[in-house]
Design a protein around this ligand. Structure first.
Ligand code: S3P
Length: 187
């Protein structure tokens, strides 16, 4: 582990939580952060799928979005109580006020923000995201950003993930986290 990462790790005393729209890179960059800091990583969508034995799409279809948000709250409450770790949330997690409050109170939150056209491209055409199924993806992501942008903006840290170079974006994220924690790379 390099010097910056070990100093960040020494200072991280709570979960680091990735928030932001679908396609922003929460799972990818969250996984990279966990690996760089040797911290456990969890993805709330995957945890919900494991606990329910259903896919996210099946939960939306069979049980409805409100029930999914309850399951998400339960899973995130558990993950947040695990001490230092990295958590990738689903894009709508912070739209449940109780879940959001727990994240603001108990975690270091990082909003991964990106241009809508980049998100549209990254979300591809797969049908794993029920909110985009059958919708115009650009229109849907734009309207979700209109509704959610102010909430995402409450995060402790914001990182623009629009660029094509994931490693460069990751270095920016690492530096932003170090700045937030008041960590400097030792000389
Ligand atoms: C959602 C985002 C998805 C998933 C569900 C709802 C949302 O997660 O939780 O489809 O409301 O934005 P990702 O952001 O990981 O795609």
């Amino acid at each position: 582990m390099n010097a910056l990462c070990s100093r960040i790790k020494e200072s991280v005393n709570r979960p680091v939580v990735m928030i932001g729209l679908m396609g922003a890179g929460k799972t990818r960059l969250g996984g990279m952060l966990a690996k760089a800091l040797s911290l456990p990583f969890a993805d709330s969508d995957k945890e919900i799928e494991r606990a329910s034995n259903l896919t996210v799409s099946e939960i939306f279809e069979k049980l409805g979005e409100p029930r999914f948000r309850e399951m998400e709250e339960k899973v995130l409450t558990r993950l947040l109580s695990n001490g230092p770790c990295v958590i990738a949330t689903g894009g709508g997690a912070v739209m449940n006020e109780r879940t959001a409050q727990k994240i603001w109170d108990e975690a270091i939150s990082i909003w991964l923000n990106a241009d809508i056209d980049v998100l549209v491209r990254r979300c591809g055409r797969n049908n794993k995201r029920p909110l985009l199924a059958g919708a115009n993806r650009a229109d849907m992501l734009k309207s979700l950003m209109d509704v959610r942008g102010a909430v995402y903006g409450r995060a402790d840290i914001t990182v623009d993930t629009s660029g094509p170079d994931t490693e460069a974006t990751f270095q920016t994220l690492l530096q932003s986290l170090a700045n937030h924690l008041g960590v400097r790379e030792s000389l």
